[in-house]
Design a binder for this molecule. Structure first.
Ligand code: PMM
Length: 278
């Protein structure tokens, strides 16, 4: 899943794609580089971000959704607002990606239910401006999967078919660096929910801190975290993730295809298993 943030203030690509023509061209480039879908968002969710007015969000995303859908790109709309989701679906989007998993707008689940289209339910504890203060888990993997299960129950009660739902651990959303690593290390736990898994590690803080400058302790700048993002994409793919949401598509798409090719040839390796030691 290629990321297309039509915002002035997203943490790593804010301001790059505000012009609709440039945004559509970038979305087409992401598809040409191997993205199976392009996720269009008009509101930054970086920690501390303020909400944008709904009219502003609509004005940012609709021309881009329309332009990409017209070119045959599978478009996902990244929004917490039912009104934006509905308008984007009318404009040709075919997936709703809600970082709040239906919790920020109580009309969202009904809107998605009516559409019958895929719905990304991400783990979420609250709005971006307060997000960092909401971190804190007894056992992050058990707590986050249990909370997503409750979000899943809530959207299903509102009419969403469980078969529509894709789950996402929400890396970086009300999570410490160690929480993010623990969630990545335990992606297998998500299969118990029985739903496809989306993972969004791209250029996030936990990678910047891992790659911090040893002399100054400064985190690696966001735009220099793509190789590390690609590594996490491979790990997620190897653990059976359905999709990985990334800014730099070429390397991540190549990498997950390598992983898939190796997986497809595993029966060859299995023939050698009896000869292996230990
Ligand atoms: N992360 C961001 C935005 N949208 N959607 C999903 N499903 N999962 C994520 O992890 C996620 C998301 C924040 O990153 P960005 O500002 O670089 O888009």
């Amino acid at each position: 899943m290629g990321i297309l943030n039509v915002t002035p203030d997203s943490f790593s690509d804010g301001g790059s794609w505000l012009d609709p023509g440039r945004a559509v061209a970038h979305g087409l480039a992401l598809a040409a580089q191997g993205a199976d879908m392009v996720d269009v968002g008009g509101e930054s969710t970086r920690p501390g971000a303020r909400r944008v007015p709904v009219q502003e969000e609509l004005a940012r995303v609709l021309p881009v959704v329309r332009g990409l859908a017209r070119e045959g790109v599978l478009v996902s709309i990244d929004t917490m607002r039912a009104e934006v989701a509905e308008a984007a679906l009318d404009a040709g989007a075919r997936i709703v990606n809600d970082v709040s998993g239906g919790r920020a707008d109580d009309r969202m689940a009904k809107t998605v239910a009516r559409s019958g289209l895929p719905f990304v339910v991400m783990h979420w504890r609250g709005q971006s401006r307060a997000m960092d203060a909401l971190a804190g888990y007894r056992d992050v993997v058990a707590d986050v999967t249990a909370e997503v299960e409750r979000q899943l129950d809530a959207v299903v009660s509102a009419g969403v078919d469980p078969a529509q739902v894709i789950v996402d651990p929400g890396l970086g959303f009300a999570k410490s660096r160690d929480d993010d690593w623990a969630l990545l290390a335990a992606l297998d736990a998500w299969h118990a929910l029985g739903r496809p898994l989306l993972v969004g590690p791209s250029r996030k803080r936990f990678l910047g801190e891992l790659l911090a400058d040893p002399a100054t302790g400064e985190p690696r700048p966001a735009r220099e975290r793509d190789d590390a993002t690609t590594a996490t994409a491979v790990l997620a793919a190897a653990r059976g993730a359905w999709a990985v949401r990334v800014h730099e598509v070429r390397s991540a798409a190549d990498a997950v295809r390598v992983e898939a090719a190796v997986r497809a040839h595993r029966p060859v390796a299995d023939r050698w298993a009896p000869y292996r030691g230990g």
